[in-house]
Design a protein around this ligand. Structure first.
Ligand code: PLP
Length: 222
């Protein structure tokens, strides 16, 4: 099936839900990104800063570039002129660096707090306690150039539906707790980024507002 067909099918599945599609374009050449763009996609997710920075000038200016992979602080500078959302904020240090480089570019960059929800040790992210420590800090209150817009998580790679539901419910619970405690009057804090090719229907059923889908659109990355 073509890229356009897949995007139209997924968008149709998401119609009537609060979820929107972020197309995960990592490893794919810009011609395929252009095909996705022509099919109406505007949110593109990449996991490598250099790859994103190389592709960005080759696509139309209204693409929303989302960084979805782990980000080293020394790479923030590369993305700060254009990145729309950094979905993988996992430390106060990274938040500080994003704020600094966004300020230098006269911008506000959106960010999601990434939580550890999977059973696998390798998947990174904050605990709820770590996130709250950041949100309560005096330093965080001073940041004018980074706007937290929600939470993100990567579930365990499994077909076990009960396990996946449990992990998605956990992330949604974190979101609701943070919303009620720190962002009650802040309409911008609204996203729960969860769900990938293998599990996005379940994630949407559990309250996802942003699904990150790659291989179900482009085929396997090989
Ligand atoms: C690669 C990736 C995705 C997309 O995975 P698919 O299974 O190809 O849909 C989503 N989220 C993150 C964080 C990724 O690294």
């Amino acid at each position: 099936m073509s890229i356009a067909t897949n995007i139209h099918r997924i968008n149709a599945e998401l119609t009537g839900t609060p979820a929107r599609l972020c197309v995960v374009t990592k490893t794919h050449p810009v011609e395929k990104l252009q095909e996705a763009y022509d099919a109406g996609a505007r949110c593109f997710g990449e996991n490598r800063p250099q790859e994103m920075a190389a592709k960005q000038p080759q696509l139309p200016a209204d693409v929303e570039w989302h960084l979805i992979g782990q980000l080293q602080t020394n790479k923030v500078k590369l993305l700060a002129p254009f990145v729309h959302t950094i979905q993988s904020i996992d430390s106060a240090k990274l938040l500080r660096e994003i704020n600094k480089h966004a300020a230098a570019n006269g911008r506000v960059i959106n960010g999601l707090l990434q939580f550890h929800i999977a059973q696998e040790e390798t998947k990174s992210g904050l605990t709820l306690a770590e996130a709250e420590e950041i949100l309560r800090s005096d330093e965080y209150q001073q940041f004018q150039h980074v706007r937290l817009t929600g939470v993100m998580g990567v579930a365990t790679f499994t077909h076990d539906e009960a396990q996946l539901r449990h992990e998605f419910q956990q992330l949604r619970g974190y979101f609701e707790h943070l919303k009620a405690t720190y962002f009650v009057a802040d309409d911008a804090f609204r996203d729960i980024s969860m769900g990938m090719s293998g599990d996005y229907p379940l994630a949407v059923a559990e309250g996802s507002t942003l699904v990150r889908v790659g291989s179900a659109i482009f085929g396997s990355r090989g």
